[in-house]
Design a protein around this ligand. Sequence first.
Ligand code: GDP
Length: 468
Amino acid sequence: MKMFDTIAAIATPIGSGGVAIIRVSGENAESAAQSVVSLRCGKPLKEAENRRLYLADAHKAGDKSAVLDEALVSVMRAPHSYTGETVVEINCHGGWLAADSILKEILASDARLAEAGEFTRRAFVNGKTDLIGAEAVMDIIDSNSGLGLSNAAKSRGGALSRKIDAAREGILAITAEIAAAADYPEEVDPLPADETAALIGAAAKRIDELIAGFETGKILRDGIAAVIAGRPNVGKSSLMNALTRSDRAIVTSIPGTTRDTVEGVINIKGAAMRLLDTAGIRGETDDEIERIGIDRALKWIDKADLCIFVADSSEALTGEDMRIIEALKGKTCVCALNKTDISAKARLTKKELAEKTGIDIADIIETAAPENGEARGIEALESRIADKFALGKISGSDVYVSNARQRDSLIKARKALGLALEGAQNGAPFDLLYIDLEDALSALGEVTGMTVQEEIIDNVFSRFCVGK
Ligand code: GDP
């Protein structure tokens, strides 16, 4: 275990709450904490039992009479702690001032403020977690859906790392055979080329499966980013309200970061869907301000995983509708044919809309979101969206790669295996295969953090919050 300089931070969020936790980790964790806490039982901290909670007074550094709060204190000595170093945790009352005052006293004694992610980085350096497990901590903290949380918890528990290890072991077995045959040619026969190719193919298949799971994993982690698009007055905002007011809403509609977007998050079959209402979409315009709004909306559409195109069933399709459809070409779309509660002479039907726009009729859902009436078709719309992303097929027992960094390294590994496979099939010399297989191993090592560069590690931990 490496023991670094001592760091401290408040590990709980800012705000009022029952409890706040100040975490201290490093070679002087006990002495730094000792200067600000006195156990009521009278024992010095260094005599405290490992991983037991003690009632204590938290006070100004070195001044027992200047009590700041009542606290519960535990010492987790190296290596049995989150970071692998000696950690002291001080649980005081929630509320910013108590925790902040205690932290300031610790920082004035023998510790410095932890950087974002520094506790988890130390856990990684000390082998308490691999990089997948460290990244999963952040995913657990950020998760916004049941399926996302469960996937992150499985990653944290090592399920994904075990899959990567299984692929690594498959490749290691081949390199071991190659090395043995090269080192002891009299005793070990080289593996037949077809057998080598079959083994490489099996390892490649495992990696293909992991890469293929990324689309699902990304949805579990980040949710589906959906944009509601349509010309003015077709009912986009009303539909957005109906969707976010449904039982599945986990956050009601909240003002977005810009004046022309409104965001909400709903839960579809255990996955999160972030909805963005692009009030800015119009057809062509000469108005400069409006143009900026449209450009921004088009950018959102470009980035979105899903577009919900809204059309007004009580009016004929317009040129403006068609221009928006044009902008949605190539995107995953569903269409809400809205205002079906209004009786109109020339009703726009599903069939007509499908024929004129090329939208698959199965993707057109009739809806209504009247201001003072009951919304209709919302469940059907959600169900169609769930089908488009195969949310019903997501296996609760499987674990999915959800992180682009991990996916990119897997792709690198797969490319190297592809070269090795080609070589094996074409009878290339074994030492050439060996180089490709080593490249594949190194790329897999990047996924778990075994062979990763400092720069990548910096990047991973820059996403973290202070105190984690
Ligand atoms: P947006 O400009 O596309 O966001 O459209 P709004 O959601 O602001 O709706 C425009 C008008 O149509 C409002 O007066 C809504 O109350 C009304 N509206 C929207 N959807 C429906 C619907 O399904 N039925 C009826 N009767 N009115 C609707």
